[in-house]
Design a protein around this ligand. Structure first.
Ligand code: SF4
Length: 354
Protein backbone atom coordinates (compact mmCIF):
# COMPACT_ATOMS: atom_id res chain seq x y z
CA UNK A 1 0.00 0.00 0.00
CA UNK A 2 1.47 3.30 -1.06
CA UNK A 3 1.45 6.08 1.45
CA UNK A 4 0.67 9.29 -0.44
CA UNK A 5 2.42 12.52 0.41
CA UNK A 6 0.16 14.91 2.30
CA UNK A 7 -0.45 18.04 0.29
CA UNK A 8 -3.02 20.76 0.35
CA UNK A 9 -6.00 20.20 -1.98
CA UNK A 10 -6.34 22.22 -5.18
CA UNK A 11 -9.63 22.11 -7.03
CA UNK A 12 -9.52 22.05 -10.81
CA UNK A 13 -13.20 22.33 -11.60
CA UNK A 14 -14.74 19.29 -9.88
CA UNK A 15 -11.42 17.39 -9.82
CA UNK A 16 -9.62 17.62 -6.49
CA UNK A 17 -5.86 17.30 -6.71
CA UNK A 18 -3.71 16.41 -3.71
CA UNK A 19 -4.69 15.67 -0.14
CA UNK A 20 -4.89 11.94 -0.85
CA UNK A 21 -7.47 12.28 -3.64
CA UNK A 22 -7.09 9.79 -6.51
CA UNK A 23 -4.21 10.57 -8.86
CA UNK A 24 -5.75 12.34 -11.87
CA UNK A 25 -4.73 11.33 -15.38
CA UNK A 26 -4.29 14.11 -17.86
CA UNK A 27 -3.42 14.47 -21.49
CA UNK A 28 -3.35 17.11 -24.22
CA UNK A 29 -5.28 17.50 -27.42
CA UNK A 30 -3.16 17.33 -30.53
CA UNK A 31 -5.39 19.06 -33.03
CA UNK A 32 -5.72 22.75 -33.80
CA UNK A 33 -7.57 24.30 -30.84
CA UNK A 34 -9.42 26.68 -33.16
CA UNK A 35 -11.01 23.61 -34.81
CA UNK A 36 -13.77 23.23 -32.23
CA UNK A 37 -15.29 20.06 -33.71
CA UNK A 38 -11.96 18.20 -33.90
CA UNK A 39 -11.06 19.27 -30.37
CA UNK A 40 -14.39 18.25 -28.90
CA UNK A 41 -14.10 14.84 -30.59
CA UNK A 42 -10.60 14.33 -29.24
CA UNK A 43 -11.51 15.48 -25.74
CA UNK A 44 -14.43 13.02 -25.73
CA UNK A 45 -12.17 10.16 -26.87
CA UNK A 46 -9.78 11.05 -24.06
CA UNK A 47 -12.46 11.12 -21.39
CA UNK A 48 -13.90 7.83 -22.68
CA UNK A 49 -10.41 6.35 -22.19
CA UNK A 50 -10.31 7.57 -18.57
CA UNK A 51 -8.73 11.03 -18.82
CA UNK A 52 -9.65 13.28 -15.87
CA UNK A 53 -8.23 16.58 -17.11
CA UNK A 54 -7.51 17.71 -20.67
CA UNK A 55 -5.06 20.43 -21.66
CA UNK A 56 -5.23 22.45 -24.85
CA UNK A 57 -2.61 24.74 -26.33
CA UNK A 58 -3.87 28.27 -26.97
CA UNK A 59 -1.20 30.05 -29.00
CA UNK A 60 -3.58 32.44 -30.83
CA UNK A 61 -6.62 34.63 -30.18
CA UNK A 62 -8.66 32.26 -32.36
CA UNK A 63 -7.66 29.42 -30.02
CA UNK A 64 -8.84 31.17 -26.85
CA UNK A 65 -12.08 32.10 -28.63
CA UNK A 66 -12.60 28.43 -29.54
CA UNK A 67 -11.57 27.35 -26.02
CA UNK A 68 -14.74 28.88 -24.54
CA UNK A 69 -16.91 26.98 -27.01
CA UNK A 70 -15.08 23.72 -26.27
CA UNK A 71 -15.54 24.27 -22.50
CA UNK A 72 -19.29 24.49 -23.11
CA UNK A 73 -19.39 21.29 -25.16
CA UNK A 74 -17.44 18.86 -22.99
CA UNK A 75 -17.88 17.68 -19.43
CA UNK A 76 -14.28 17.50 -18.25
CA UNK A 77 -12.25 20.36 -16.78
CA UNK A 78 -10.04 21.96 -19.42
CA UNK A 79 -6.60 23.40 -18.88
CA UNK A 80 -5.12 26.08 -21.13
CA UNK A 81 -1.45 25.70 -21.98
CA UNK A 82 0.11 29.14 -22.32
CA UNK A 83 3.56 30.18 -23.39
CA UNK A 84 4.85 33.75 -23.66
CA UNK A 85 1.52 35.58 -23.91
CA UNK A 86 -0.23 37.05 -20.85
CA UNK A 87 -3.16 37.97 -23.12
CA UNK A 88 -3.77 34.32 -24.06
CA UNK A 89 -3.67 33.34 -20.39
CA UNK A 90 -6.21 35.98 -19.42
CA UNK A 91 -8.48 35.21 -22.39
CA UNK A 92 -8.39 31.48 -21.57
CA UNK A 93 -9.25 32.08 -17.92
CA UNK A 94 -12.13 34.34 -18.94
CA UNK A 95 -13.25 31.65 -21.41
CA UNK A 96 -13.63 29.13 -18.57
CA UNK A 97 -10.27 27.38 -18.16
CA UNK A 98 -10.29 25.41 -14.92
CA UNK A 99 -6.54 25.72 -14.80
CA UNK A 100 -3.78 27.49 -16.66
CA UNK A 101 -0.35 26.05 -17.24
CA UNK A 102 2.29 28.72 -17.44
CA UNK A 103 6.02 28.91 -17.20
CA UNK A 104 6.50 32.32 -15.59
CA UNK A 105 10.04 32.29 -16.95
CA UNK A 106 8.79 32.87 -20.48
CA UNK A 107 6.43 35.69 -19.55
CA UNK A 108 8.89 38.52 -19.60
CA UNK A 109 7.35 41.20 -17.36
CA UNK A 110 6.53 40.43 -13.76
CA UNK A 111 3.59 42.86 -14.05
CA UNK A 112 2.08 40.51 -16.66
CA UNK A 113 2.48 37.51 -14.36
CA UNK A 114 0.67 39.47 -11.65
CA UNK A 115 -2.17 40.35 -14.05
CA UNK A 116 -2.60 36.62 -14.83
CA UNK A 117 -2.59 35.77 -11.13
CA UNK A 118 -5.24 38.39 -10.37
CA UNK A 119 -7.44 37.16 -13.21
CA UNK A 120 -7.12 33.51 -12.06
CA UNK A 121 -8.02 34.58 -8.53
CA UNK A 122 -11.09 36.44 -9.76
CA UNK A 123 -12.34 33.45 -11.80
CA UNK A 124 -11.33 30.68 -9.37
CA UNK A 125 -8.93 29.06 -11.85
CA UNK A 126 -6.02 27.00 -10.64
CA UNK A 127 -2.52 27.51 -11.99
CA UNK A 128 0.23 25.06 -12.78
CA UNK A 129 3.71 26.45 -12.60
CA UNK A 130 5.58 24.31 -15.08
CA UNK A 131 9.35 24.44 -15.11
CA UNK A 132 11.05 22.35 -17.76
CA UNK A 133 14.75 21.67 -17.83
CA UNK A 134 14.96 23.02 -21.38
CA UNK A 135 13.20 26.24 -20.55
CA UNK A 136 15.23 27.42 -17.62
CA UNK A 137 16.33 30.87 -18.60
CA UNK A 138 19.78 30.82 -17.09
CA UNK A 139 20.44 27.24 -18.10
CA UNK A 140 23.34 27.30 -20.52
CA UNK A 141 24.38 24.34 -22.61
CA UNK A 142 27.56 24.02 -20.57
CA UNK A 143 25.81 23.65 -17.21
CA UNK A 144 26.71 20.18 -15.96
CA UNK A 145 23.76 17.80 -15.75
CA UNK A 146 24.27 17.39 -12.01
CA UNK A 147 23.54 21.11 -11.47
CA UNK A 148 20.40 21.26 -13.59
CA UNK A 149 18.13 19.71 -10.97
CA UNK A 150 19.15 22.36 -8.48
CA UNK A 151 18.51 25.10 -11.06
CA UNK A 152 15.02 23.79 -11.81
CA UNK A 153 14.12 23.75 -8.13
CA UNK A 154 15.60 27.23 -7.65
CA UNK A 155 13.47 28.57 -10.49
CA UNK A 156 10.39 26.90 -9.08
CA UNK A 157 11.01 28.40 -5.65
CA UNK A 158 11.37 31.87 -7.18
CA UNK A 159 8.03 31.55 -9.02
CA UNK A 160 6.13 30.06 -6.10
CA UNK A 161 7.18 33.01 -3.96
CA UNK A 162 5.82 35.47 -6.58
CA UNK A 163 2.42 33.73 -6.49
CA UNK A 164 2.35 33.46 -2.70
CA UNK A 165 3.28 37.11 -2.24
CA UNK A 166 0.27 37.95 -4.43
CA UNK A 167 -1.94 35.82 -2.17
CA UNK A 168 -2.45 33.03 -4.73
CA UNK A 169 -2.08 29.48 -3.50
CA UNK A 170 -4.25 27.48 -5.88
CA UNK A 171 -1.06 26.06 -7.32
CA UNK A 172 0.06 22.81 -8.86
CA UNK A 173 3.79 22.42 -9.48
CA UNK A 174 5.72 20.54 -12.13
CA UNK A 175 9.39 20.14 -12.88
CA UNK A 176 10.05 18.10 -15.97
CA UNK A 177 13.00 16.82 -17.89
CA UNK A 178 13.42 14.30 -20.66
CA UNK A 179 15.92 12.58 -18.38
CA UNK A 180 14.45 9.98 -16.01
CA UNK A 181 16.92 10.45 -13.17
CA UNK A 182 16.75 14.25 -13.19
CA UNK A 183 12.94 14.11 -13.31
CA UNK A 184 12.94 11.90 -10.22
CA UNK A 185 15.48 14.01 -8.36
CA UNK A 186 13.85 17.33 -9.19
CA UNK A 187 10.39 16.12 -8.13
CA UNK A 188 11.75 14.75 -4.87
CA UNK A 189 13.28 18.14 -4.14
CA UNK A 190 10.07 19.99 -5.00
CA UNK A 191 8.02 17.60 -2.86
CA UNK A 192 10.42 18.24 0.00
CA UNK A 193 10.20 22.01 -0.37
CA UNK A 194 6.45 22.56 -0.96
CA UNK A 195 3.12 21.09 0.04
CA UNK A 196 1.33 21.91 -3.22
CA UNK A 197 0.02 19.07 -5.42
CA UNK A 198 2.57 17.92 -7.97
CA UNK A 199 2.01 17.16 -11.64
CA UNK A 200 4.43 14.40 -12.62
CA UNK A 201 5.60 13.51 -16.09
CA UNK A 202 8.61 12.84 -18.24
CA UNK A 203 8.65 15.36 -21.02
CA UNK A 204 9.21 14.56 -24.71
CA UNK A 205 9.41 10.88 -23.93
CA UNK A 206 9.14 9.80 -27.56
CA UNK A 207 7.05 7.39 -29.59
CA UNK A 208 4.77 5.19 -27.47
CA UNK A 209 7.04 2.16 -27.85
CA UNK A 210 10.07 4.16 -26.69
CA UNK A 211 8.27 6.29 -24.12
CA UNK A 212 6.47 3.66 -22.12
CA UNK A 213 9.35 2.25 -20.07
CA UNK A 214 11.17 5.53 -19.24
CA UNK A 215 7.79 7.12 -18.39
CA UNK A 216 6.77 4.19 -16.23
CA UNK A 217 10.11 4.27 -14.42
CA UNK A 218 10.08 8.04 -13.80
CA UNK A 219 6.39 8.40 -12.95
CA UNK A 220 6.15 5.03 -11.22
CA UNK A 221 9.17 5.64 -9.00
CA UNK A 222 7.79 8.97 -7.83
CA UNK A 223 4.27 7.62 -7.28
CA UNK A 224 5.66 4.68 -5.33
CA UNK A 225 7.33 7.23 -3.05
CA UNK A 226 3.97 8.96 -2.61
CA UNK A 227 4.89 11.90 -4.89
CA UNK A 228 2.47 12.91 -7.63
CA UNK A 229 -1.17 14.01 -7.62
CA UNK A 230 -1.75 14.19 -11.35
CA UNK A 231 0.24 12.56 -14.14
CA UNK A 232 0.75 12.96 -17.83
CA UNK A 233 2.58 10.45 -19.97
CA UNK A 234 3.91 12.49 -22.92
CA UNK A 235 4.08 10.48 -26.10
CA UNK A 236 4.14 11.40 -29.75
CA UNK A 237 0.97 10.34 -31.55
CA UNK A 238 -2.58 9.61 -30.48
CA UNK A 239 -3.14 11.12 -27.00
CA UNK A 240 -5.41 8.21 -26.05
CA UNK A 241 -2.17 6.19 -25.75
CA UNK A 242 -1.06 8.65 -23.04
CA UNK A 243 -4.17 7.93 -21.03
CA UNK A 244 -3.85 4.18 -21.49
CA UNK A 245 -0.21 4.24 -20.36
CA UNK A 246 -1.06 6.50 -17.41
CA UNK A 247 -3.78 4.10 -16.37
CA UNK A 248 -1.42 1.13 -16.59
CA UNK A 249 1.17 2.88 -14.41
CA UNK A 250 -1.47 3.68 -11.78
CA UNK A 251 -2.92 0.20 -12.00
CA UNK A 252 0.48 -1.42 -11.48
CA UNK A 253 0.82 0.53 -8.23
CA UNK A 254 -2.74 -0.15 -7.06
CA UNK A 255 -3.57 3.55 -7.48
CA UNK A 256 -6.20 3.24 -10.18
CA UNK A 257 -9.70 3.37 -8.84
CA UNK A 258 -11.73 1.75 -11.49
CA UNK A 259 -14.91 -0.05 -12.18
CA UNK A 260 -13.42 -2.20 -14.89
CA UNK A 261 -12.04 -5.74 -14.84
CA UNK A 262 -8.37 -6.53 -14.60
CA UNK A 263 -6.95 -9.45 -16.55
CA UNK A 264 -3.87 -11.27 -15.28
CA UNK A 265 -2.11 -13.68 -17.62
CA UNK A 266 0.77 -15.97 -16.74
CA UNK A 267 3.88 -15.57 -18.89
CA UNK A 268 3.77 -19.33 -19.73
CA UNK A 269 6.65 -21.74 -19.50
CA UNK A 270 7.47 -25.32 -20.43
CA UNK A 271 4.59 -26.64 -18.29
CA UNK A 272 1.99 -24.90 -20.42
CA UNK A 273 0.10 -27.16 -22.85
CA UNK A 274 -2.40 -24.71 -24.34
CA UNK A 275 -2.23 -21.48 -26.31
CA UNK A 276 -2.50 -19.11 -23.33
CA UNK A 277 -2.06 -15.94 -25.40
CA UNK A 278 -4.95 -16.87 -27.70
CA UNK A 279 -7.14 -17.79 -24.75
CA UNK A 280 -6.23 -14.58 -22.92
CA UNK A 281 -7.16 -12.50 -25.96
CA UNK A 282 -10.54 -14.27 -26.12
CA UNK A 283 -11.08 -13.64 -22.40
CA UNK A 284 -10.13 -10.00 -22.81
CA UNK A 285 -12.86 -9.72 -25.48
CA UNK A 286 -15.33 -11.28 -23.06
CA UNK A 287 -14.42 -8.60 -20.54
CA UNK A 288 -14.89 -5.70 -22.94
CA UNK A 289 -17.84 -3.70 -21.74
CA UNK A 290 -17.91 -5.34 -18.30
CA UNK A 291 -18.32 -2.50 -15.80
CA UNK A 292 -17.30 -4.33 -12.66
CA UNK A 293 -13.82 -4.38 -11.07
CA UNK A 294 -13.46 -8.15 -11.48
CA UNK A 295 -10.06 -9.79 -11.24
CA UNK A 296 -9.79 -12.48 -13.90
CA UNK A 297 -6.75 -14.66 -14.51
CA UNK A 298 -5.67 -16.97 -17.30
CA UNK A 299 -2.96 -19.39 -16.19
CA UNK A 300 -1.16 -21.99 -18.24
CA UNK A 301 -1.12 -24.92 -15.81
CA UNK A 302 -2.54 -26.29 -12.60
CA UNK A 303 0.86 -26.61 -10.93
CA UNK A 304 1.31 -22.96 -10.02
CA UNK A 305 -1.80 -21.46 -11.56
CA UNK A 306 -4.32 -21.91 -8.71
CA UNK A 307 -1.93 -20.58 -6.07
CA UNK A 308 -0.75 -17.64 -8.16
CA UNK A 309 -4.26 -16.43 -8.83
CA UNK A 310 -5.86 -17.20 -5.48
CA UNK A 311 -7.12 -13.62 -5.16
CA UNK A 312 -8.84 -13.63 -8.58
CA UNK A 313 -12.63 -13.58 -8.77
CA UNK A 314 -12.31 -16.04 -11.63
CA UNK A 315 -9.29 -17.92 -12.88
CA UNK A 316 -8.83 -20.38 -15.70
CA UNK A 317 -6.03 -22.85 -15.12
CA UNK A 318 -5.47 -24.93 -18.20
CA UNK A 319 -4.39 -28.53 -18.41
CA UNK A 320 -4.05 -30.71 -21.47
CA UNK A 321 -7.48 -30.84 -23.13
CA UNK A 322 -9.36 -29.31 -20.21
CA UNK A 323 -9.60 -26.27 -18.02
CA UNK A 324 -10.14 -25.77 -14.32
CA UNK A 325 -12.11 -22.73 -13.25
CA UNK A 326 -11.35 -21.30 -9.83
CA UNK A 327 -13.00 -18.56 -7.83
CA UNK A 328 -10.87 -17.05 -5.06
CA UNK A 329 -8.64 -20.12 -5.06
CA UNK A 330 -11.53 -22.63 -4.85
CA UNK A 331 -12.20 -25.00 -7.72
CA UNK A 332 -15.62 -24.36 -9.28
CA UNK A 333 -15.65 -26.40 -12.47
CA UNK A 334 -13.63 -28.66 -14.71
CA UNK A 335 -14.60 -28.45 -18.38
CA UNK A 336 -13.25 -29.67 -21.70
CA UNK A 337 -11.01 -27.10 -23.39
CA UNK A 338 -13.60 -26.33 -26.09
CA UNK A 339 -16.19 -25.40 -23.43
CA UNK A 340 -13.80 -23.26 -21.40
CA UNK A 341 -14.67 -19.91 -22.91
CA UNK A 342 -18.45 -20.40 -22.80
CA UNK A 343 -18.29 -21.57 -19.20
CA UNK A 344 -16.17 -18.59 -18.26
CA UNK A 345 -18.59 -16.25 -20.05
CA UNK A 346 -21.46 -17.70 -17.97
CA UNK A 347 -19.49 -17.22 -14.77
CA UNK A 348 -18.64 -13.61 -15.67
CA UNK A 349 -22.31 -12.90 -16.45
CA UNK A 350 -23.42 -14.29 -13.12
CA UNK A 351 -20.80 -12.21 -11.25
CA UNK A 352 -21.98 -9.11 -13.07
CA UNK A 353 -25.51 -9.55 -11.83
CA UNK A 354 -24.48 -10.19 -8.22
S1 SF4 B 1 1.19 -20.70 -14.31
FE1 SF4 B 1 2.10 -22.63 -14.94
S2 SF4 B 1 2.41 -22.39 -17.15
FE2 SF4 B 1 2.09 -20.35 -16.33
S3 SF4 B 1 4.19 -19.66 -15.95
FE3 SF4 B 1 3.41 -20.47 -14.04
S4 SF4 B 1 4.14 -22.59 -14.03
FE4 SF4 B 1 4.32 -21.87 -16.16
Amino acid sequence: MISRRKTRVVEVGPVRLGGGNPVAIQSMTKVDTSDVGACVRQVRRLTAAGCDLVRLAVPTRADTAAFGEIVRRVDVPLIADVHFSPERAIEAIEAGAAKIRINPGNIKKQGDVLRIIDCAKLHGAAMRIGVNEASIRDLKADVPAARRTGLMVREMTKYVRIFERRGFEKLVLSVKSADVVRTIEANRAVAEAFDYPIHVGLTHAGLPEDARIPSAVAIGTLLAEGIGDTIRVSVAGDPVAEVQLGREILRALGLYEEGRPRLTVCPTCGRCKIDVVRLARQVRKLLDGVEKPLKVAVMGCIVNGPGECADADLAVCAAEGKGFIYAHGKKKAVVPEEKLLDTLADQIRSLQTE
